[in-house]
Structure formats: structure tokens, C-alpha cells
Design a protein around this ligand. Structure first.
Ligand code: 5GP
Ligand code: MG
Ligand code: MG
Length: 189
């Protein structure tokens, strides 16, 4: 929150409630449980946005999965991708021969996921797929396959459930759209 503002003074409208999110995690978890049956996937969470989604999703996956994290950034503090992707924190695990599932909060241009998928494939992963909560399909500029996603969203900037604006609002339990005046006032600072 900003200067102690109440959250309903900041959020324009809710896009997904906690129940909506739970339903998406349950559906995706069930699908992944079927598709990865008999495998021991390495689940790679993209920090920091995917943390909330990853913890709920993996608890719906009835598999012998292993977790790891990677922080890859193509965004500054604002809204637009800089177009440049860099590794902030690398994986601890060796991906050679592993079935890797990248978990990401939201895919926009696709640059971040394209970079991660190519990198992990180059390092010798047996398979590299991704599961994202939200898919901003119309914004895609990169040819990257999104094997699993929770829901499509339009061209709006969303926050909550891991997703931030200037590193705030990640801890909202639901997903909402910020009021335009909040975006304008914070962008000036
Ligand atoms: P891409 O590389 O696909 O353009 O960007 C992906 C990253 O940008 C996401 O992982 C997320 O961190 C950020 N991003 C894209 N759209 C949104 C949005 O609507 N809200 C927030 N909070 N982050 C977004
Ligand atoms: Mg992200
Ligand atoms: Mg961000």
C-alpha cells in the first residue's frame, strides 16, 4: 500500500477473485499431474512474481517434483519491457536431462519466457515447458509456445497475487487493475 492508503482506494476493479485463482490452480495442477505422470519435473519459479502462483500450483500437482528459482528481468520498475533480458539470480540445479516446467505469473511480449526456455534447452534440459497464470496474448511480439495458462487477459496492467507495480501490491490475495490516477501519480515520482 502507498502511504497507508486503503486498498479499495487504489484498485479500480478486481479481475480475478481468490476463488477464481484457486479454480485456475486446481485445473492446471490436475492437467500437469496427468501430463507429467511418472516423471520428476524440475519446477522453476520465475522470481519474484511467480512465487504466490507456484506455491498454490505445486500443491495441486501430485508428482515427485523438485523446485528451483530463477530471477530473470526484462522489466524496470514500470510497465514496458526494456527488451533486454538479464539473469539476476541463476538456478541452483543442473537441468541436464531434466523435464523442466517454468512457472511464471504473466506473459506479455514473451521475451522473458523465450529467453528462459532457450537458455534451459541450451543447457541440456530434456524438455522445457511453461505454465503461466495469465496470458496477455495480444501483446506477444515473440514466437514462444505457452503450453499451459490459467486465463487470457487483455491489455491492462494488473497487480496482486505476486504481480507488482514498482515492487508494491504483490501481497494482494486477488488480482486487480490499478486506478489510472495511482499509476499516473506514482509514475511521476
Ligand atoms: P514479457 O517478457 O513477457 O514482456 O514480460 C513478462 C514480465 O513482465 C512478467 O513476468 C511480469 O513481471 C511483467 N508484466 C507483464 N505484464 C504485467 C502486468 O500487467 N502487471 C505486472 N505487475 N507485471 C507485468
Ligand atoms: Mg514475472
Ligand atoms: Mg514487475
Amino acid at each position: 500500500m502507498v502511504n497507508g492508503d486503503k486498498i479499495d482506494q487504489i484498485i479500480d476493479h478486481k479481475l480475478f477473485t481468490e476463488a477464481d485463482i484457486h479454480e485456475m490452480c486446481a485445473r492446471l495442477g490436475q492437467q500437469l499431474t496427468e501430463d507429467y505422470a511418472g516423471k520428476k519435473p524440475l519446477v522453476v519459479g520465475a522470481l519474484k512474481g511467480a512465487v504466490y502462483f507456484l506455491t498454490d500450483l505445486t500443491r495441486q500437482m501430485d508428482l515427485q517434483e523438485e523446485l528451483d528459482f530463477m530471477d530473470v528481468s526484462s522489466y524496470g520498475d514500470g510497465f514496458e519491457s526494456t527488451g533486454e533480458v538479464k539473469i539476476i539470480t541463476d538456478l541452483a540445479a543442473d537441468v541436464t536431462g531434466r523435464d523442466v516446467l517454468i512457472v511464471e505469473d504473466i506473459v506479455d511480449t514473451g521475451l522473458t519466457l523465450k529467453f528462459m526456455k532457450d537458455l534451459l534447452a541450451k543447457r541440456g534440459a530434456k524438455s522445457v515447458k511453461c505454465c503461466v497464470l495469465l496470458n496477455k496474448e495480444e501483446r506477444r511480439t515473440t514466437d514462444v509456445e505457452i503450453e499451459y495458462y490459467g486465463s487470457k487477459v487483455g491489455n491492462e496492467f494488473v497487480v496482486g497475487y505476486g504481480m507488482d507495480f514498482m515492487n508494491m501490491y504483490r501481497n494482494l490475495p486477488y488480482i486487480g487493475v490499478l486506478k489510472p490516477e495511482i499509476i499516473a501519480s506514482l509514475s511521476e515520482k
